[in-house]
Design a protein around this ligand. Structure first.
Ligand SMILES: Cc1cc2nc3c(=O)[nH]c(=O)nc-3n(C[C@H](O)[C@H](O)[C@H](O)COP(=O)(O)O)c2cc1C
Length: 223
């Protein structure tokens, strides 16, 4: 099709930059705190991050390279997700600094740390929400030819949740727009934030128009 730019991965994208991360956008940021077995705190943002399941609630992130966060998680089997917000954005960025192992990025960014309850990992005091997580798995990812990649996928199960009361509405909802989470977009330095929502309900199973449309498609199939 002439109106499409097509490429096979093995031939390269042919653009000025790889569009992959601009297409999978926005990506939520897992602002992950951990602790080394010696007790040193660590904090870093991971935007290859998402919620991956509920009941139980599972989150995951991937590290390009075996970074300090993965080292700590694999050793201690626990981590904390802190919500990265517009108000904290500049500090989130500072915590991405490639500090030597053992340096506490919370201190580097001037963030106050508070203890968690079920895991021995500090969390960011000013973050509107935090998930205490226990490790499910660390997987060294391999490509389709079976070759090891540089990526490590960490999955964790949420065992406890902290939410600042001011972000809970009188109806008992977490006010996402008020918390204003930031997310990574495409190229170097591109971000967005969630400061408004729009509403759309899923079609009901008995939605008359869709029931009729499905019926007609079925009839066509049988012709
Ligand atoms: C917003 C943002 C998102 C990032 N996402 C990732 C990611 O998904 N995976 C990754 O390996 N590094 C990512 N980085 C870079 C890491 O944060 C950086 O390498 C950091 O130093 C890792 O810290 P650690 O070694 O203490 O774990 C990101 C950086 C920023 C600013």
């Amino acid at each position: 099709m002439d109106d499409e730019h097509f490429y096979e991965m093995k031939s390269g994208h042919g653009l000025s930059h790889d569009p992959f991360k601009a297409i999978v956008a926005p990506r939520p940021i897992g602002w992950i705190s951990t602790r080394s077995p010696e007790g040193r705190a660590n904090l870093a943002p991971y935007s290859f991050f998402n919620a991956l399941g509920e009941s139980p609630h599972i989150v995951g992130f991937s590290s390009y390279g075996y970074k300090d966060t993965v080292t700590n998680v694999e050793k201690t089997k626990e981590f904390v997700f802190n919500l990265a917000t517009r108000e904290l954005a500049e500090k989130v960025n500072i915590t991405s600094y490639a500090a030597p192992y053992g340096i506490n990025e919370m201190q580097l960014a001037g963030l106050e740390a508070v203890p968690s309850r079920l895991v021995n990992v500090p969390r960011v005091r000013d973050s509107p929400a935090a998930f205490e997580c226990r490790l499910l798995s660390v997987t060294h990812l391999h490509d389709i030819d079976g070759n090891p990649t540089k990526s490590y996928l960490v999955l964790g199960q949420i065992v406890a949740v902290h939410i600042k009361r001011k972000f809970i509405t009188p109806e008992g909802l977490f006010d996402t727009a008020a918390a204003c989470p930031i997310a990574r977009c495409g190229y170097l330095g591109d971000y967005t934030d969630v400061n408004h929502l729009f509403y759309m309900r899923r079609p009901a199973d008995d939605n008359a128009e869709l029931v009729e449309a499905v019926k007609q498609l079925n009839e066509k199939d049988q012709q």
